[in-house]
Ligand binder design. Sequence first.
Ligand SMILES: [Zn+2]
Length: 277
Amino acid sequence: MPELPEVETVRRTLNNLILNKEIRDIDVYYDRMIRTNTTKEFKDILENRVLKDIGRYGKYLLFHFDEITLVSHLRMEGKYFIKDLDMPKEKHEHVIFYFKDGTTLRYHDTRKFGTMDIVKTKDLFKENSPLSNLGLEPFDEKANLTYLKHKIKNRKTPVKGLLLDQSVLTGLGNIYVDEVIFLSNLHPETPVNLLTDNDLENILENSMKVLNKAISLGGTTIRSYTSSLGVTGRFQNELYVHMRKDEECKICHTKIEKIKVVGRGTYICPNCQISKM
Ligand SMILES: [Zn+2]
């Protein structure tokens, strides 16, 4: 599943390839992917518009046109391909944007979980927008200790659950949450009400560090997701615990274990990550 660094990698690549292109036509082969509009409205709104910028918030890609934004979430397996007009349609291409210059942008999704919404750009963070309930990105300077404590209030959820909750911090998924918790020397089952200010500061700092490093390496390429635009992420080589069951901890040489926390496969070093309970 693509997380913030992989989506950011897709964003940067697309920004280099399709900016300022004008949409001539759109084919939608799976109507349910378009959530806020009928397929006809979706086409009517976007056709003849010029793509002005591609942004990102958390794991959402934001295709900005004048006044409106197409909000795209890749979910489990969504990918974009840029192909020439005459390339045949593949089975899992569900939305094809035809540009006036003869190229196409194709949304490919084997699981069909991805979504597309059209939102007025000025209302991107307002009610009814898919972004309305998201928390701050870890890079945001407002994402500080006060913010995190306010979000935790009296919750007793395991720290892993807190960091997966996109309404607290947005952009971290299973891979990066495991890494952030390891680097913060915490056990993933630690109830968040037991975290000290110092633990929370570490979490914030490590979230930023891990995401920035992953972005700089083009994301993580593991069997669950590969980007489609010719970019192979290299962060998998930097992972301390995630997907490293039975391998040695890079710090203390203890064998990494895989456990389940909040229903998710979770990798820990049982020596570096001692439970506070
Ligand atoms: Zn260790």
